[in-house]
Design a protein around this ligand. Structure first.
Ligand code: FAM
Length: 434
């Protein structure tokens, strides 16, 4: 069978003329216009990026290479002894656009296995981090420190052709992704388990190995696979995806770029939101002395949160206008595997209680739950009670999508990103019609 890298090479050769033609023949076609509101408002909604890895449909939710998430979960090859798809298969899909066979997913698993051993200095680095360092700081620092291993950077200095940049970027990406489960689980062990490390098992897949190194039994392997897959990508404009792309556009290698994207993910408006959900739920459970509240009590708690000027964490979305399919997939899993969990019961009640209240309040453009309303509760159920770690899990998943994006950025020769900035006085001149 054809190797992944050869398949990728063919796809790249087929794709390049499309981008070249758009650039040469249609470079002046207008796609969007920009308002002062958008310039001052976080560039919200400006159509100014391109990615073929994923696309966020306001109604369907995220599509990976054109497939909706339910399709991705149905069609990707499943892990042996599990019900969830292989993360390796997802990476194949994101890279090539083709739904992989079992054999093709196994090839990625093989590649990851060959590359998963961490250099000793990474353990030493994690050991040397000052106490109370946030797990995201450690995760990002470890990735950054691996920069010295970069094949792309070596090749670049040796004088490689621009057309070949994607090749060492691909090698760096596989080398890095293969190591992330071990970096994350060792960070967890160091921070919360007295440094007791569980050796990885070369016979397990990416998600299975992660669960094994966390020391958590079934079905946590499926939880890990599901978590990494639903978090892998959310088109190119969100903070983590955009940061990865921006840093890589200066030809910083994958290690520098992924470390930067992890730092963007670490913010409370992005990856940290799932821990906010759990904090809010814990507060509710404390007020209820650990009992599952009645529907009326829950409604009151929701209104109290809103009336005190806070948002309901885990609800709403900047782009989506329906219940997040990432929420639904995790809900299905929870209904099947942990229906009696008291926190899940509350989450499930909130699913019915919150949207009508947000609609009645009339502010949120999307009153439906998002991915974060569920993910932390599942982690909590399987024993990961250190909220700070949740964003690291998100970071592993997101790295898979961003690496695929960066490989294609180099393959299609996307240039250095350099939008123009203005001053407030210039905007005032525009406002006055000058
Ligand atoms: N609870 C209460 N009010 C909400 C709300 C919620 N869950 N979601 C939106 N609103 C308010 C919002 O604060 C804004 O009020 P003001 O006009 O007073 O500023 C108004 O509704 C319009 O906001 P929007 O256009 O509907 O949402 P945005 O695009 O500005 O923001 C979110 C999107 C996700 C940041 C927002 O819905 C929110 O704060 N949700 C709660 C926090 C959360 O769940 N974040 C996770 C997002 C997740 F998808 C991720 O990126 N990891």
């Amino acid at each position: 069978a054809k190797r992944l890298k050869d398949t990728l090479y063919e796809k790249i050769m087929d794709w390049r003329p499309r981008t070249e033609r758009l650039m040469k023949e249609y470079g002046n076609v207008v796609v969007d216009q920009v308002t002062i509101g958008q310039i001052l408002g976080g560039m919200r909604g400006i159509k100014s990026l391109v990615s073929d890895i994923s696309y966020l449909d306001p109604q369907e939710g995220i599509r990976y290479r054109g497939y909706t998430l339910p399709e991705v979960f149905e069609k990707l090859p499943k892990a042996k002894g599990g019900n969830m798809p292989l993360v390796e298969g997802l990476f194949y899909l994101l890279l090539t656009g083709d739904m992989p066979t079992e054999e093709q997913a196994a090839e990625v698993a093989d590649e990851f296995n060959k590359r998963r051993i961490l250099p000793r200095f990474i353990y030493e680095l994690i050991d040397a981090m000052p106490c109370c360092s946030h797990p995201m700081t450690i995760f990002s620092t470890a990735i950054l420190t691996l920069h010295r291993e970069s094949f792309f950077t070596k090749k670049y200095h040796a004088g490689i052709s621009k057309l070949d940049y994607w090749d060492p970027t691909y090698e760096d990406s596989l080398n890095l992704l293969a190591k992330l489960p071990e970096i994350a689980t060792y960070t967890y062990a160091k921070l919360y388990r007295d440094g007791k490390r569980i050796q990885s098992n070369p016979n397990l897949d990416f998600g299975g190995n992660f669960a094994h190194m966390m020391g958590i039994g079934k079905p946590y392997d499926d939880v890990s696979r599901m978590h990494f897959i639903v978090h892998a990508d959310h088109e190119a404009g969100n903070v983590s995806a955009h940061t990865g792309h921006l840093v890589a556009s200066s030809l910083s290698d994958v290690y520098l770029s992924i470390s930067a994207m992890v730092n963007g993910l670490a913010g409370p408006l992005h990856g940290l939101a799932n821990q906010e959900v759990l904090r809010w739920l814990q507060d509710l459970m404390d007020k209820m002395n650990g009992e599952v509240p009645t529907e009326d009590e829950l409604k009151q708690f929701v209104w109290n949160t809103l009336n005190s000027g806070q948002v309901i964490p885990g609800f709403g979305h900047a782009v989506l206008r329906k219940t997040d399919p990432r929420y639904m997939l995790q809900r299905e899993f929870s209904l099947k595997n942990m229906p009696e969990d008291p926190l899940f019961k509350v989450v499930d009640m909130l699913y019915n209680v919150v949207p009508p209240i947000l609609l009645e309040q009339g502010k949120a453009k999307n009153p439906w739950p998002n991915v974060d309303a569920q993910s932390g509760v599942i982690q909590w159920h399987y024993g990961i009670k250190e909220y700070d770690f949740y964003t690291v899990l998100f970071g592993i998943g997101r790295s898979i999508g961003i690496c695929a994006n960066i490989i294609w950025d180099r393959a299609l020769g996307y240039p250095l990103e350099r939008p123009k900035s203005l001053t407030t006085a210039i905007l005032e001149d525009f406002a006055a019609g000058k």
